[in-house]
Design a protein around this ligand. Structure first.
Ligand SMILES: Nc1nc2c(ncn2[C@@H]2O[C@H](COP(=O)(O)OP(=O)(O)OP(=O)(O)O)[C@@H](O)[C@H]2O)c(=O)[nH]1
Length: 196
């Protein structure tokens, strides 16, 4: 088993004011660096899923994979699955770029949950709900995902349900808290500095 990671950074960040969320400063480092620090020790290699000039991510030392056609997080997951497969990976773990509290046991918990799923797909959940963009994807799912997107579908939850995906439930209600607005960013800053 060879597991790569992908950080999904291809969104438009409209609720954040149309900025590149990946590079927003949080507690002294770009948001994406928080996610990378937590994901990198758990996988063989991390890819960044993003469109536009890849040079802005040069300092992180990860291969940047563009979407064939931006169509939401699943288009980034498909491009990364294809890239990971070409590079010899058997699995990919995806996470949004705006989840700075990602658990240190994300990958082992997803792997354990995936044993109960026929197609081998498992996604994360916490007491606040499901987080289907944070998931373990067998590279072999690429053709099914490609067909799903080609049919005009884009919802991760619908693909997960169609695949009989398993849920890995994490106890921390902040495990997958994502930063959509400037207020979310300010709260995360306070939490990381211990002032909230
Ligand atoms: N590769 C890729 N990633 C995407 C795309 N759309 C969203 N994402 C990523 O998927 C994750 C969840 O996205 P959202 O929070 O729903 O959207 P967002 O664009 O970041 O923010 P809003 O514009 O405010 O909805 C984020 O990490 C995004 O960067 C896309 O079309 N392609």
């Amino acid at each position: 088993m060879r597991i790569f990671g992908v950080i999904l950074a291809g969104g438009e960040g409209r609720r954040m004011g149309g900025v590149d969320k990946a590079l927003l400063p949080l507690a002294g480092q770009p948001l994406i660096a928080h996610v990378l620090d937590r994901l990198e020790p758990q996988v063989e290699r991390v890819l960044i899923s993003a469109n536009g000039d890849p040079a802005r991510f040069g300092r992180f030392g990860c291969t940047v994979v563009p979407d064939a056609r931006p169509q939401g997080p699943l288009s980034g997951i498909l491009a990364a699955l294809l890239k990971a497969g070409e590079s010899g990976a058997t699995h990919l773990v995806s996470t949004p770029v705006d989840t700075p509290f990602l658990p240190g046991d994300l990958v082992p918990q997803l792997l354990m949950a995936a044993k109960g799923a026929t197609g081998g797909l498992a996604y994360a959940a916490d007491p606040t709900g499901d987080h289907p963009a944070t998931a373990l994807w067998p590279v072999m799912l690429a053709p099914a995902l490609s067909g799903f997107l080609a049919a005009g579908e884009a919802k991760v939850t619908r693909f997960a349900a169609a695949q009989g995906a398993a849920r890995a439930v994490f106890p921390d209600p902040r495990a997958f808290a994502n930063l959509n607005t400037p207020e979310d960013l300010a709260l995360a800053e306070a939490l990381l500095k211990g002032t909230a």
